[in-house]
Design a protein around this ligand. Structure first.
Ligand code: ADP
Ligand code: MG
Length: 358
C-alpha cells in the first residue's frame, strides 16, 4: 500500500483546463472519495494516476516514487495500481476464474500460487461458487465483484474506482457499498473512489475531496464538510440545508461571531474573521411558536421517524426536521442556532449556478 501525492498537477485538453494545479496527499491505506459534478475533472485525475494520460504540468508520486512529471513517466503496467470502472471491463470470453487470474498470469506467477490466490480473492468477494461462470451469466453486482477480486489478487499499491456503482440499482448500490468497505478493511488498500453522489462519498470515505471545474474546493472528513463547509459550493453540494448571506453585527464570547441572518442575530462559528455566508443545516433549526422569524411550510416529506420540511422565509428556502407533520401553507416560527459561517466572495451567483449544474 502506498501514499499518493499530487503536486501542482494540471491537465489541459486542447487549451481547456480539465485539472488546474491540484495539490493533495492521500495517506497509505486511506479511503478517499473524489466528489463533484460531471465534467469537474474526477476521471481525468484517476487516468493521470493510472498512467493513461500525461500531465500538462506538475507531478504525481506513488509511495514516494515519481511516476509522472519532473521528466519521468512510469507506464501503467509498472505502477501496480488496480482499477475498477463502472463498465466492469471484464474479458467476455474468459471465465470468472480466468478474469481474476489474469493479472497474475501477466506477472508470471506460477500456476499453484495463482490458483490459491484466485481462490482466496473469489471467496473474499463472495464469488466462490461462481468461478466457472462467464461474465454474461452474472448480475451487475456480481460483475463488479469480479472486477474487485481482480484488483485484490495482485495486491496493488492503490485501487482506483471510477463511479463503480453508477450502473447498479439503488438496493444493489447499498449492498455493494458494504462490499467496498469490507474490501478496504481486509486489504488496507489506498483507495481513490470517484463519485458524483454525495451520500455515497460521505458514507464510504475517510476523507472527501470536493471538486469543481478542475480544482479541489475542500478536502476533509465527511463530518467536517457537513459542519464546516469552505464555501457556498461545498455547502450546497454536500448535505442538506440552505446557504444564505450573512452580515457581521458583533463579536460574541469564545471566538463566536454575532451575525445577522435573515434579519435575526445569531451566534455563529467561523474560521474567517469576515464571513459573508452561513450554512444552515436542518439540525440548526428549531421550530418554536414564539420565534420571531416566521416561515411558510412549502413541503413536508415523511422520512420515517421524522418529517423533512421546506420553509420559505424572506426569499430563502430552509430545510428543517420535525417530529410532527406540518400542513402546506402553515406558518411556523424558526429559531436558528450553531450556524457555520464562511467567506465566499463569489457568493450567491456561483451558488445558484453550482446547484443548477449539479
Ligand atoms: N480526452 C479528452 N479530450 C478532450 N477533453 C477531455 C478529455 N477527457 C476529458 N475532457 C474534458 O475534461 C473535463 C473533465 O472531464 P472528466 O475528468 O471526464 O470529468 P468527470 O469525470 O468529473 O465527469 C471535461 O470538460 C471533459 O470534457
Ligand atoms: Mg468521470
Amino acid at each position: 500500500m502506498a501514499e499518493l501525492t499530487f503536486t501542482d498537477l494540471s491537465k489541459t485538453f486542447g487549451g481547456t483546463p480539465a485539472l488546474d494545479a491540484i495539490n493533495a496527499q492521500i495517506a497509505s491505506g486511506e479511503f478517499v472519495a473524489l466528489l463533484g459534478p460531471s465534467g469537474c475533472g474526477k476521471t481525468t485525475l484517476l487516468r493521470l494516476t493510472a498512467g493513461f494520460e500525461h500531465p500538462s504540468a506538475g507531478e504525481i508520486r506513488i509511495g514516494g516514487e515519481t511516476v509522472a512529471g519532473a521528466g519521468r513517466f512510469v507506464s501503467p503496467e509498472d505502477r501496480e495500481i488496480g482499477i475498477v470502472f463502472q463498465s466492469y471491463a471484464l474479458w467476455p470470453h474468459k471465465s470468472v476464474f480466468d478474469n481474476v487470474a489474469y493479472p497474475l498470469e501477466v506477472r508470471r506467477i506460477p500456476r499453484a500460487a495463482r490458483q490459491a490466490r484466485v481462490a482466496e480473492a473469489l471467496s473474499l468477494t463472495g464469488l466462490g461458487a461462481f468461478a466457472d461462470r462467464m461474465p454474461s451469466q452474472l448480475s451487475g453486482g456480481q460483475r463488479q465483484r469480479v472486477a474487485l477480486a481482480r484488483c485484490l489478487v495482485f495486491e496493488p499499491r492503490a485501487v482506483l474506482l471510477d463511479e463503480p456503482l453508477a450502473n447498479l440499482d439503488l438496493a444493489l448500490r447499498a449492498s455493494m457499498q458494504d462490499v467496498f468497505r469490507m474490501f478496504h478493511r481486509r486489504t488496507g488498500a489506498t483507495m481513490l473512489y470517484v463519485t458524483h453522489d454525495q451520500s455515497e462519498a460521505l458514507a464510504l470515505a475517510d476523507r472527501v475531496a470536493v471538486m469543481k471545474a478542475g480544482k479541489i474546493r475542500q478536502f476533509a472528513a465527511p463530518e467536517i464538510l457537513y459542519r464546516e463547509p469552505a464555501d457556498c459550493f461545498v455547502a450546497g453540494f454536500v448535505g442538506d440545508g440552505a446557504v444564505v448571506s450573512a452580515r457581521i453585527t458583533g463579536r460574541a464570547d469564545h471566538a463566536g461571531l454575532m451575525l445577522n441572518v435573515l434579519g435575526q442575530d445569531v451566534v455563529s462559528r467561523s474560521a474567517d474573521p469576515e464571513p459573508s455566508h452561513v450554512s444552515i443545516r436542518p439540525e440548526s433549526i428549531t421550530l418554536a411558536d414564539d420565534a420571531p422569524l416566521r416561515a411558510r411550510v412549502t413541503s413536508c416529506t415523511y422520512l420515517g421517524g421524522r418529517f423533512r420540511l421546506e420553509l420559505d422565509t424572506a426569499g430563502e428556502t430552509l430545510v428543517a426536521f420535525s417530529c410532527q407533520r406540518a400542513a402546506i401553507g402553515e406558518t411556523v416560527g424558526v429559531r436558528l442556532h450553531d450556524l457555520w459561517a464562511f467567506r465566499d466572495p463569489e457568493g450567491d451567483v456561483v451558488l445558484q449556478k453550482a446547484l443548477a449544474d449539479a
